[in-house]
Design a binder for this molecule. Structure first.
Ligand SMILES: Cc1cc2nc3c(=O)[nH]c(=O)nc-3n(C[C@H](O)[C@H](O)[C@H](O)COP(=O)(O)OP(=O)(O)OC[C@H]3O[C@@H](n4cnc5c(N)ncnc54)[C@H](O)[C@@H]3O)c2cc1C
Length: 457
């Protein structure tokens, strides 16, 4: 298919500026664009392609419920690692008196992300397209992004900032998705929430604070709740101390020792978890695949509740509801849903038993979070990358296989530097790359790399 590069001023050709296409305009895509174009002298063009949400919002920051708070303090949510006060200044500029210690609403953060690109569109180097990219093909000196509206965008390189593999809506309509808009459930009816992580907390808070009177039941394998944020000072941990390549059991006991050391110094386990954070990607990369699998099977749920914590303001209504019986947690597995006439049943198996029990309910909400099989839940673009051999799934089925420099690895195992992945789309390679403090660092590094590669001089 002939690609009309002449028609497109953004097309990479002699006399034109190098051009980067970013597929996905959620937080990861916006952070990368902001880092690529931060220096107004950088002779580079960027196109951000976003199919569904407001720019910068994606799944996480599209919520309109002001009670859905960030799970990270203001001081750690700046878009720029070298300017940690950037978000707080933006808030102050909008009359929001927040210190770095505060947890503000995710909707507010979405507005910050949307705002981040505004100044960059002024000089014509940035273009944002509302469309869905359905295919990426190779060109002699670049790649072409094929959009669902028929446009073909040639570029020097493309970056997948496509975020989380989200589950398709339940075809029977019996189970609601966590991020699927729906009318409120019957006020007095029991609501069953599958999962007990941060998304469950979102749903429960919206129900509790909107006057829902019916019982809320959260079903999850271990009935773990995210731990609560508290004062924390990252424990200084040098890279030399980190047991890279050690078996996962050794790494976990090392982590426990760090927590004990921190408590002995008057701190808490939070200091230890925050202290190892800068080393997580290196720990994951050095971990042999069987150990990664062991970590995912046995330790990941514990790690998640200590790493992804709850703001105290979000924990308070949940703990009160648990104490007063408005809410309860069940340890077990959700088997499925069925409807008998007007009665909706949530079927579940208590932990350690083979029995299947039923809970009569008026609403079932799936809050099992973002870890989904990337092939089963593949978007048309990801499906095309896989069937064309331009990508492959990583051995643990966490996502697309990605090299340490974020290059996509094709079916024959060759990294393609013209197609990169960032944020949760690169999770298989780095594990802890879902939160802003990690994604902004990655965005800065990848922006430097792409600029070095594509901007002459
Ligand atoms: C509910 C929730 C709350 C969270 N809260 C926090 C928090 O408080 N603090 C924190 O640091 N992290 C939080 N996170 C982690 C979050 O992953 C990251 O902060 C960040 O939002 C990830 O952004 P992303 O752009 O990679 O992914 P997404 O938000 O998933 O955005 C990807 C975007 O790509 C678009 N897209 C995908 N495929 C295509 C295509 N083919 N063509 C065009 N567009 C496409 C989608 O429409 C979407 O808008 C939260 C995550 C979730 C799910």
């Amino acid at each position: 298919m002939k690609i009309d590069v002449l028609a497109d001023p953004f097309a990479p050709q002699p006399g034109h500026l190098p051009h980067i296409v970013i597929v996905g305009g959620g937080a990861s895509g916006v952070l990368l664009a902001a880092h690529l174009l931060r220096d107004p002298r950088t002779p580079l063009r960027v196109t951000v392609i976003e199919g569904r949400h407001m720019l910068g919002c994606g799944v996480a920051y599209s919520t309109t419920d002001p009670r859905h708070l960030l799970n990270t303090r203001v001081a750690n949510m700046s878009a720029f690692p070298d300017d940690p006060d950037h978000f707080r200044r933006w808030l102050a500029g909008r009359g929001v008196a927040a210190t770095g210690e505060c947890f503000v609403s995710r909707a507010t953060y979405g507005a910050y992300m949307t705002d981040l690109l505004a100044p960059l569109s002024a000089d014509g180097r940035l273009r944002c397209l509302r469309a869905t990219c359905i295919r990426l093909t190779s060109l002699r000196a670049g790649v072409a992004a094929h959009l669902d509206d028929g446009q073909v965008i040639p570029a020097s390189a493309a970056v997948l900032a496509t975020g989380h593999a989200l589950p398709e809506p339940d075809p029977d309509g019996l189970v609601h998705g966590a991020w699927q808009s729906a009318p409120p459930p019957p006020a007095g009816g029991r609501v069953v929430i599958v999962g007990s992580g941060l998304s469950m907390v979102d749903q429960a808070i919206s129900l509790l604070e909107s006057g829902h009177r019916g019982e809320i039941v959260a079903i999850s394998r271990r009935a773990l709740l995210p731990r609560i944020h508290g004062p924390a000072t990252p424990l200084p941990v040098s890279r030399a101390e980190v047991p890279l390549g050690a078996p996962v059991s050794f790494i976990l006991s090392w982590l426990r020792e760090l927590a004990a050391r921190s408590e002995a110094q008057g701190g808490t386990w939070r200091d230890a978890v925050d202290g190892v954070r800068p080393h997580l990607a290196a720990l994951w990369r050095a971990m042999p695949v069987p150990d990664r699998a062991r970590f995912l099977r046995h330790a990941a749920p514990w790690w998640e509740v200590h790493r992804h914590r709850l703001p105290p303001e979000s924990a308070a209504p949940i703990n009160l509801a648990l104490r007063t019986g408005r809410m309860r947690q069940l340890a077990g597995s959700f088997i499925g849903a069925n409807r008998e006439g007007a009665v909706l049943h949530a079927l579940w198996r208590p932990r350690g038993t083979a029995r299947t029990l039923s809970l009569v309910t008026s609403r079932i909400i799936d809050c099992r979070g973002i870890r989904r099989d990337p092939e089963i839940h593949a978007t048309p673009l990801v499906a095309d990358l896989l069937t064309s051999g331009r990508a492959r799934i990583d051995p643990l089925r966490l996502g697309l296989d990605v090299a340490p420099d974020c290059a996509l690895i094709d079916a024959s195992g060759r990294p393609n530097p013209r197609i990169r992945a960032i944020g949760p789309a690169s999770r298989a390679a780095f594990w802890e790359i879902t939160a802003i403090p990690d994604i902004r660092q990655q965005a800065q590094g990848l922006a430097d790399e792409l600029t070095r590669l594509h901007v002459p001089g």
